[in-house]
Design a protein around this ligand. Structure first.
Ligand SMILES: C[S@@+](CC[C@H](N)C(=O)[O-])C[C@H]1O[C@@H](n2cnc3c(N)ncnc32)[C@H](O)[C@@H]1O
Length: 284
């Protein structure tokens, strides 16, 4: 793209029409993103370890009653939850389509001798395996899927759980998705950053489709040396609590419960998300 394409851009792009998501699965981007997952300066890609430890403790103590089980982590990133849960006696399978994150997770598990296996794959197209006691889909990733993909992921997750298996979902609240869509346009310059190792200017623009409850964020990355423009876009589907509950029931789950967070307490680092637990019936 060229600079003129920014000038001529569509005013309000249809959700997902200009891109599925930021390029998590691009090898170079995923390598740069890995540094953000592991950074202890912010909670942007993964939560910092203090919060992550509290969330893992809540899952282990409250959801699993400290009973060892086999855990599926969908969108596991660099395995920060899976490795902690494995240290508490669980066996874990993580699936993610970020090559750098999966390579890091695999190496960490091998180095530490943890009972974790990782698979590089898109969770919309990957076989999850069978017989899990718990499935995780956390840190808001649920909302970046179109409604039909989200439903299919939940159905597949339900099928992958054993009888009585639990789900921990951590989606965004509708208010947080709407606030995301209402953000003012903004720009930043980087000498090197997430979108490029070369100097670039990043223009970010948000829009909100109220009738569909979808926020879309567009990123125009302008290479400072050449003026070449690369566009990325990501959309987020918002749901009311009733919609979350109905969707889970429709996908076969029972005992749907809402929690202020997945750490047992609420603070400003988690207030754009909520915790939902659900169960697969004993009859399977
Ligand atoms: C916000 S990060 C959270 C990672 C991890 N759950 C954590 O909290 O540390 C979202 C993760 O979802 C992964 N992801 C997004 N879409 C995916 C897809 N369609 N299939 C597999 N992984 C996906 C990304 O690669 C990224 O690692």
């Amino acid at each position: 793209m060229k600079l003129i394409d920014i000038v001529n851009r569509a005013a309000n792009p249809a959700p997902w029409s200009e891109g599925e998501k930021i390029p998590w699965d691009d090898p170079d981007f995923s390598q740069r993103m890995l540094a953000e997952h592991l950074s202890q300066r912010h909670d942007a890609a993964s939560r910092r370890y203090d919060l992550l430890d509290r969330q893992v403790a809540w899952i282990h103590d409250n959801v699993l009653s400290s009973q060892p089980t086999h855990i599926l982590d969908l969108g596991c990133g660099p395995g920060l939850y899976a490795s902690r849960l494995a240290r508490r006696g669980h066996t874990c399978t993580g699936i993610d389509f970020s090559p750098a994150s999966i390579a890091y997770a695999q190496k960490s598990a091998t180095d530490e001798g943890l009972a974790c296996t990782y698979q590089l794959g898109d969770i919309r197209q990957t076989d999850y395996g069978q017989g899990y006691g718990l499935a995780l889909l956390i840190f808001g990733e649920f909302n970046v899927f179109r409604r039909e993909d989200a439903r299919q992921i939940l159905r597949q997750t339900h099928a992958a759980l054993g009888a009585g298996g639990r789900l921990v979902l951590e989606p965004h609240t509708l208010d947080a998705v709407a606030a995301n869509g209402a953000n003012s346009p903004r720009w930043t310059s980087y000498s090197a950053g997430l979108f490029s190792p070369q100097p670039y200017i990043l223009l970010t623009e948000s829009s909100w489709d109220a009738s569909q409850q979808i926020a879309t964020e567009r990123y125009f990355v302008i290479d400072a040396a050449t003026g070449r423009v690369t566009r990325h876009a990501a959309s987020m589907q918002g749901y009311t609590p009733t919609e979350y509950e109905n969707l889970l029931l429709e996908c076969g789950f029972e005992d749907v419960k809402f929690h202020p967070s997945i750490s047992g307490s609420m603070d400003e680092r988690q207030d754009s998300l909520c915790g939902i637990t659900a169960r697969k019936g004993r009859g399977g």
